[in-house]
Structures are given as C-alpha cells and as structure tokens.
Write a protein that binds this ligand. Sequence first.
Ligand SMILES: Nc1ncnc2c1ncn2[C@@H]1O[C@H](COP(=O)(O)OP(=O)(O)OP(=O)(O)O)[C@@H](O)[C@H]1O
Ligand SMILES: [Mg+2]
Length: 365
Amino acid sequence: MASRNPFTPTFGMVPPFLAGRDRILAEMSRAFEDGLGNPNLSTILIGPRGTGKTALLSCIADEAQEKGWLAVNTVAAEGMLEDIIQQAGKAAARLTNPSPERKISAVSIGQLLSLEWVFERTVEGIWRSRMEALLDQIEAHESGLLITVDEVRVEVEELIQLVSTYQLLIRDHHQVALVMAGLPVDATDLIDDKRVTFLRRARQQYLGRIEDRAIRQAMGATVRSAGKTIEAPALDEAVDASGGFAYLMQLVGYFMWMESGDEPAITLEHARYGIKAAQDDFRRGVIEATYREMSAGDKTFACAMLPDEHGSRLADIAQRMGKTASYASTYKRRLLKMGVIGERAGGTLDFDLPMLKDFLLETGE
Ligand SMILES: Nc1ncnc2c1ncn2[C@@H]1O[C@H](COP(=O)(O)OP(=O)(O)OP(=O)(O)O)[C@@H](O)[C@H]1O
Ligand SMILES: [Mg+2]
C-alpha cells in the first residue's frame, strides 16, 4: 500500500500543495485577465533561500498560460536575452500553427519574424525589434507574453537590458509581463540600481513567514492526496516544527512520511522522528551556512535579540549591544536583507529563519 512520498524537499520543485500563496496567485491570475495596465504584471518576488520563489514563479507561469498567455522562464545570466527570444519564438510558432504534426523548426521560426531588426546597430536595438516583432504576432492571436526571471542579480548586464527594454515595450502598449524573483539582498540591489529606476514602481511581493494555518492545510492535503492520514497531534507538531518556512515544511513532511513506512496513518511518534531528522538536515544545510555568512556585528545584533520572547525593539537591541540605535540599524538592514530577521506589526523585529534562534542559544554566544 505504500505510495510514493509526496513531499518535495528539493530546490526548485513545485510541491503538490503550495502553502500560503493563494493571495499572490489570485492577484496574478486577475492581472493576466485584466492585461495591460494591471500593476501586478510587473512583479518582483523577494524571499530568502528556500522560501519558495522558484516554485511560485512556475505556478505564476502556469496561471498565465491558463489565462491564454505565453510564458517563458529564464534565470538571470548572460545569454538570457537570446534564450527568451528562442523560447518565445517557439511558443509563438505554436500559436500560429497549433497542429502538432507540423512542428516548426528553429529555422522557420526565424522566417516567421520580420527581418527589420537585422539592420539595427546595437545589440539592444536588435533585441528590442525582435521582441516587438514577436509580440506583434502574439498579440495578433490575442495573447500576451509573460517573461519570468529567476535569481536576479544586478551584475548581469543582460538583465538590465531586459528591464530597460521591457519598460519601452510597456510604453508602446505591448501585452507583456515581467515577473522576477531574487534573494532580498539581490532584489534590493536591483531595485536600487539607477539604470532601472522604473523597477521601483514594480509590485514587490515579500515571501516572509507562511502562516501556520496555511502550512497545516498544505501538509494535511499533501498527506491525504497520497493516500495516508495524519493524527491531529502529529500534524500540530509538524506544523510547529516547520516554522512557516516552505523548505522546512517539505523536509519535515518527507521524513515523517518515510518514518511511517507502510502504515496508513502518520502518528505522533512518526512525526517526532521525522521532525528530528528534518531539523538535523536543515541545520546542516541552511542554519550553519547562514551563520557562516554572518559578520561579527550581525551575530552580536542577532544575539541581542535573544532575550525577547515575542519580537525585539531596535532601541532594546542597541542598548544590549552598548551602541547607538543608528549603529545597530546598519546590522538590522543587513540581517533583513539576508532574510535572517523580519519586521513585525508595530515595528518589532523577530527571526524569520526558523531554528536560528535555538542555534544561537545553543552555541551560547
Ligand atoms: N508555498 C510552498 N509551500 C510548500 N512548499 C513549498 C512552497 N514553495 C516551495 N516549496 C518547497 O520548498 C522548497 C524550496 O522551494 P524553492 O526552490 O522554490 O525556493 P527558492 O526560494 O527558489 O530557493 P532559492 O533561493 O535557494 O532558489 C522546495 O522543496 C519546494 O518544493
Ligand atoms: Mg530558487
């Protein structure tokens, strides 16, 4: 009776049930219905490692396709502009010629496009004209084009070109959307870059801590969809151990499922074993790596948060550090950008990375 483990503790993999992304997906779905002019068509997903940016990008692309858009997915790296053209060209060719037996080869895709860009002087100009030619075709079929870009980094020159050109395409009323994703530090560097000030008006979606309620729902549904049940106290502890963090939820689920073997129900005992295994994994893979990336000042700041049970005020942290609030706020910004801490209602700060607090308490500094 043992069916396949339905949890997906693998980076980039779309889980069977996405926890806590209903609102963003609904907003995006609405945007693809509305088309041009809906502000969500230019969106940046910002979240620390393992919060589910790549998975969400995939789901947004699916949503776009359901609403009749074409979607191309790329990662910020040199060569991305050509990759976008190639993918969009293939997708557009399918629109023009939907019958599968008449598959269009790469050569004929080129012929489908107008040739005017060939005479443009700059590479940027060529790319823009090629995109315009493609978009004209796509729009003739009453469709639009979503471009998703994962792992944005300001150092990637072609990303800057993409964003600048995208702005011009929007200005010319093309049905085009750009949804990007990046780590807080990379996304903020990009948004702050003077060459793409346009991005400051893009929608920014922070993938912070997922609510326990949503984790519970997704975990329960994942278990049931694969043919097992989970006892209520087991689910309670599993949710609690996930700390609102997508990757940790998958790890906990994966190990507790494994522990339950051929049995039809996941018990509290299975869950506890699973949680322990997941935590060991998470600690080695994520917590220790993050700790190594923290500077001495970052660590002092984080440790100054430890005495507070429910969020810390900057003034208290500064006082415990024996420094001014403005000195402390440098480290606050750094840790926010790393995704280690997050801001809570009322302006207090708390840990966003699960288990880091316990790790700091244990290491005793
Ligand atoms: N909303 C979600 N609910 C539950 N699990 C999720 C969710 N989103 C992603 N996951 C799972 O979490 C893990 C991390 O997801 P993903 O690779 O998308 O994160 P990421 O933010 O892109 O990470 P990185 O910054 O390292 O690229 C994967 O195991 C994935 O299956
Ligand atoms: Mg990713």
